[in-house]
Design a protein around this ligand. Structure first.
Ligand SMILES: [Ca+2]
Length: 307
């Protein structure tokens, strides 16, 4: 069976590393490269930890690149600093230098080049803001036709957002973080004709990380990837945490687990609703993951992390 050609973009949050650990276990996916956007993270340890995770999984054929784009509304430092802990975990630090190649050119240029050189259209899985994809499209607009689909963790359609109204003064709380970091970049991608499938908060609100979830992972910690996943989740137990990116990544592995629904939407780019994915008749058609079989979802990720 031909493998699915794919580029992963992520933004170095705890959830993003868990998604890398899920994606790189999928036998049917040909990961052409991973591009890290400096959003919910500090970029140097984020790139480093990504390479070390690929080493641990024996998947060091996929190069890792550092995007140099910038957002408009920075993620809180308290979210971003977990990456230093992950990059320092003993399980990832037995080698002096990662084997997984580090790309020399900026991540957005690397993404544009990979797409230009691709023999067939490539799926992009993005678990961070869309800024790097928007930048790649600026570098080479011709790559638009080489993107088969963007599968994105982003947006809040008919539920409140997750940007804190008090911490982020002046906002109305309607927006999801990956859009809020750079609403203009998201809107740039919305202006293309690339098929977009989002995994919005509407669905991810159903997958909180609970103590029972963490214990279930602990019971299979004889597997190095489960052990690492459990350590990652331990970093975020003090806050409300969801499997946002992991659920999105699961769609690449098991699309049949999901029901999709089409929406017409616009991205609000300024003012107190900036970053909102507003449902509006006549807006840009996208698909959203609408329903998931939760039992199958949990069975899948626990099986995939049994390695
Ligand atoms: Ca993320």
């Amino acid at each position: 069976m031909a493998k699915l050609p794919l580029i992963m973009g992520h933004d170095g949050g705890v959830d993003d590393f868990l998604s890398v650990m899920l994606l790189m276990g999928m036998d049917h996916v040909d990961v052409k490269g991973i591009v890290v956007t400096p959003a919910d993270t500090y970029i140097k340890p984020a790139v480093s930890a990504t390479r070390k995770i690929l080493d641990l999984m024996g998947r060091n054929e996929a190069p890792v690149a550092e995007s140099t784009v910038r957002g408009i509304n920075p993620f809180p430092r308290a979210f971003r600093r977990d990456v230093f802990s992950i990059d320092g975990f003993p399980i990832l630090n037995h080698r002096d230098e990662p084997l997984t190649p580090l790309v020399k050119e900026p991540g957005q240029n690397f993404m544009a080049r990979l797409l230009k050189e691709a023999a067939e259209p490539v799926t992009i899985l993005e678990t961070g803001p869309l800024t790097t994809i928007a930048a790649a499209l600026e570098i080479d607009p011709g790559i638009e036709s080489k993107i088969k689909e963007i599968v994105w963790m982003g947006g809040a359609l008919n539920v409140p957002g997750n940007v804190d109204r008090i911490m982020e003064g002046g906002q109305d709380g309607s927006m999801e973080w990956n859009v809020y970091w750079d609403p203009i970049g998201a809107d740039r991608v919305w202006q293309t004709s690339i098929p977009i499938t989002i995994c919005p908060l509407d669905l991810t609100n159903n997958v909180p990380i609970t103590p029972a979830f963490v214990r279930r992972l602990g019971r299979q910690r004889q597997y190095p990837i489960s052990d690492l996943a459990g350590m990652c989740y331990a970093l975020v137990l003090h806050q409300d945490y969801f499997a946002w990116d992991v659920l999105t990544t699961t769609y690449i592995g098991k699309p049949e687990m999901f029901q999709l629904r089409e929406w017409e939407t616009v991205i609000i780019t300024d003012g107190p609703s900036q970053g909102r994915t507003l449902v509006k008749p006549g807006g840009r058609k996208i698909k959203a993951l609408d329903k998931v079989d939760l039992e199958q979802f949990y069975a899948y990720i626990f099986k995939m992390w049994s390695r």
